[in-house]
Design a protein around this ligand. Sequence first.
Ligand code: HEC
Ligand code: HEC
Length: 425
Amino acid sequence: MRKRVLTTFSGIVIFLCTGIVFTQANDAVAWNEAERASISRLSIHALGESPELKVNRVAKDAKAAELGHHLFFDTRLSINGKVACASCHLPEKYFTDGRKTAKGINSVNRNAPTVVGINHSNWLFLDGRTDSLWSQAMQPLENEHEHGTNRSHVVHVVYKDKKLHQLYEASFGAMPDLLNKARFPEQAGPVKDRAASYAWQNMKKSDQEIITGIFVNLAKAIAAYELKLNPSPARFDHFAQALEKNEAKAAEILNKQERAGLKLFLNKGKCNICHNGPMFSDFSFHNIATPQLNAKKYDWGRYKGVNKLLRSKFNCRSQYNDDPEKNCDEIKYIIRKREHTIGLFRTPSLRNITKTAPYMHAGQYKTLKEVIDHYVDPPKTLVGTSDLIPFPIDLTKQEKQQLEAFLGTLDSDIDAAQKWLTSPH
Ligand code: HEC
Ligand code: HEC
């Protein structure tokens, strides 16, 4: 009799304990259908193919990626022999530089974004002034603030380097003979530097095309390397996967504070209006009234980006786009109206966001706390119209902390073999 009471008693204790564990794990953060749908859309497992694969014939070519890897770390491609892509996109800083605004040959007025996972965006640069990963890669080389050099210089470096020359030919076929310096000067390109620009104008058009063709191929090889750099699944993604099968199990993956932060991200915070999709970005453009870096010289963002893209010889419509169909709807339907494009910047990905401070297009904010405060109390925009119309959002101090804790669940490694994450030299 006594024994039976004891068993019943311990049964109740076990029941109560599991009950407590169960409620603690869930602590009233249950997920409704709409939230579950949003969560699965944010999961990295929903990531599709990179748009680069269509427009770049060497996107998946191993030798091209190897060549691109070398070029990414090669300081010889700069005018002073000191700047490489990796000077501003450092692997140990998740391919950013930790600076407010970047510095190459000179200072740049924007913050260096990461290149990890950016191959999933249709628009490159924060104002989307290029529409492929390969055409993006050409610009820093000829930009007077970054590598400060010119296409002929870059092509000659590869031509003269035995290893790079071989890698080039393995992917693109024989390189033309460039030994005739009268036809192919070492410094020439459509750049600001007067001597190089003059030399370029004096070249025959057909010779210019030879140099440009090789330069474009080198940019495509760099893109092939960048395609290797993607984020691995983060704790959030494991949570999203588990949630589809077992809510209690999922709750073990994110703690209470992080789950509350996710709720805020989806609901009260309205963050996933723009930070949606598997990269936590709609890869579209918004004016969120970020303070201007320079009170005298405003950054007009997308407004200038649209004009630059349409003028570019290397946009989707160009002869160098490897997609035979050249489906350029994005250009066809591009929003040109001045008043709709002023002060817009592309929504950044939030994956591994804890590793890429400072934040915003010119590193205006040092911490995630400052970014969240921006959304709670957005400043008046100085150019254009702010998209944060349904804001400000009213978050308590605790809610802000929860939101920040959630952002930390997007941390993960880079999903690439170690060799791609260090210099090959
Ligand atoms: C001086 C520093 C610097 C150097 C050198 C540099 N970058 Fe960047 N990179 C930046 C900055 C700053 C931006 C953003 C500029 C903008 O949006 O106007 C950027 C943007 C990018 C982007 C687009 C990212 C996005 O979110 O759209 C890619 C990709 C990229 N760089 C790759 C490269 C490659 C490849 C090289 C070498 C060929 C290179 N960068 C050299 C600073 C640098
Ligand atoms: C209307 C669209 C929109 C909404 C809503 C929005 N963001 Fe953003 N977010 C952006 C854009 C655009 C930027 C880049 C602005 C810039 O560079 O000036 C940005 C930047 C950020 C950054 C800095 C990223 C970086 O790499 O510099 C973080 C962090 C961020 N947002 C988090 C949030 C959170 C958290 C919420 C919800 C409270 C939110 N965002 C709501 C569009 C939005």
